[in-house]
Design a protein around this ligand. Structure first.
Ligand SMILES: [Zn+2]
Length: 456
């Protein structure tokens, strides 16, 4: 009896299911991602007018029907003002509109400003601290997921004399981190949560999807320059002529960039004249290849091999660099950060661009040199730190004996002052550690002795 009842029940249940199936309404389609914000190329820079470093290329990409979006990590609030009296936050308000007008002149309207405060200096870690690294990264990852770019163009994450504005480097660091994180479902998952009822207020869950960009390229203040120091960029990535005529605008890409750049009016003055801008733009512009998840040649076209249909997440971030043996003496601070940042983000080739170098600070001929002493042995060690400086340089503190415990790392900050008569020259500073009468560690730092070595 029990078996017959079970079969009858199953027949009743099956007929009930088929009736219900026929009666349920069709679900409405799930809203697509907003196509107005889709970009092929996302430019991530620090200050209004930094975007001009890439503009001869982005104007060309716009001619090819590509979509471009721009992120400014700051409003340039602590730069100079050559036009009006506004400074600080009010200057930031001025610069935001200037930046939007400059991009609109090129044909770019999807422009975002993050809340980082302009932090003039040379230490990338200072900018990341000032901006709130995690908060800023959250914002950049969100905008990568919103704009879904195939290619990211950003500042070079590298300590480079003449390109050592810490904000520029910080923009490059954030864009590189976002390249590796935006496709990772574990990173900022609240951005990926489906909103509970999009047609009601007070939703949480941002409704974005993961997104893996395919290529990342870097620009530098040397992108246009062909001075002796800029040779390091040659052959590191694609190069584009700026004198070619835009088929849609009928003027050169240099002219298009110049016309857009003039909107950054508060920044154009004695420090940077229209004549200097024209000279700057008369050279071809060069990129440094970062990395690609779709292959292609480092010097090939930026859009070479790009897949319009998108690519799956590629896990990139590693921590193997941390395990590398530490030298007895190394540059600390931002240099120590980059030593682990580049390999962790599969950018090992950036370590070979240039030997360590710097320029003088913003206000005088002072130079900060962070060093890291390391005792790799399992016993106590005494080391003496001495410097070999060019004539006329002063250093605080002077030679000193340091006692290091087993496997201890000890940061040392040196403050140096260059003589004014060396202004405009390059000098080499050598720092040695000695133990038991032998040199056990050595670091050489090249210095460009320029007043206010920080570009804007
Ligand atoms: Zn800048």
């Amino acid at each position: 009896m029990q078996g017959a009842g079970f079969v009858a029940g199953m027949i009743f249940f099956a007929s009930m299911v088929s009736v219900t199936w026929a009666q349920v309404p069709q679900a409405p389609p799930y809203p697509a991602a907003d196509d107005r914000y889709k970009a092929d190329i996302l430019v991530v820079v620090a200050h209004p007018d930094d975007d001009m470093a890439a503009a001869p290329y982005t104007a060309r990409a716009l001619d090819q029907g590509k979509r471009v979006a721009v992120i400014f990590c700051t409003r340039g609030n602590f730069g100079p003002n050559f036009l009006g009296r506004e400074q600080a936050a009010s200057l930031g308000a001025v610069r935001e509109i200037e930046g939007r007008r400059a991009e609109a002149a090129l044909g770019v309207y999807n422009v975002w400003f993050l809340n980082g405060s302009d932090t003039p200096g040379q230490d990338v870690l200072h900018s990341l601290e000032s901006w709130g690294h995690g908060y800023a990264l959250d914002q950049v990852v969100r905008l990568v997921r919103l704009t879904r770019p195939e290619v990211i163009v950003t500042w070079l994450p590298f300590y480079l004399a003449g390109e050592n504005h810490d904000d520029h480097q910080a923009a490059g660091v954030l864009a590189t981190e976002a390249f590796d994180l935006a496709g990772d479902p574990v990173a900022f998952p609240e951005q990926l949560e489906a909103p509970h009822d999009p047609e009601q207020i007070s939703n949480y869950g941002e409704g974005l999807s993961i997104w893996q960009p395919q290529k990342i390229y870097y620009v530098s203040d040397y992108s246009f320059s062909y001075g002796v120091h800029s040779d390091f960029m040659t052959g590191q990535g694609p190069q584009y002529r700026t004198d070619e005529i835009s088929p849609t605008k009928h003027v050169s890409y240099a002219q298009l960039t110049f016309d857009a750049w003039m909107h950054d009016h508060s920044q154009i003055g004695s420090g940077f004249t229209p004549e200097q801008m024209k000279e700057y733009l008369s050279h071809p512009m060069r990129f440094i290849f970062g990395k690609s998840v779709v292959g292609g040649s480092p010097t090939g076209d930026i859009l070479e091999n790009v897949k319009p249909s998108g690519v799956p997440f590629v896990e990139m971030i590693g921590t193997h660099a941390v395990a590398e043996p530490q030298p007895a003496l190394a540059l600390g601070g931002p240099w120590a950060f980059y030593r682990v940042f580049w390999p962790a983000h599969k950018l090992e080739h950036l370590a070979n661009l240039l030997e360590p170098e710097t320029a003088m600070g913003t206000h005088d001929f002072h130079l900060w040199v962070p060093l890291l002493l390391h005792n790799a042995s399992g016993s106590n060690q005494e080391v003496t730190l001495r410097s070999k400086l060019p004539a006329g340089w002063r250093q605080t503190p002077g030679p000193m004996l340091y006692k290091l415990g087993p496997r201890e790392s000890r940061p040392v900050s040196l403050s140096l002052v260059a003589p004014e008569d060396q202004k405009g020259t390059w000098q080499s500073l050598v720092f040695n550690t000695e133990s038991d009468g032998k040199v056990v560690g050595s670091v050489t730092l090249k210095v460009n002795v320029v007043y206010n070595g920080v570009p804007q």
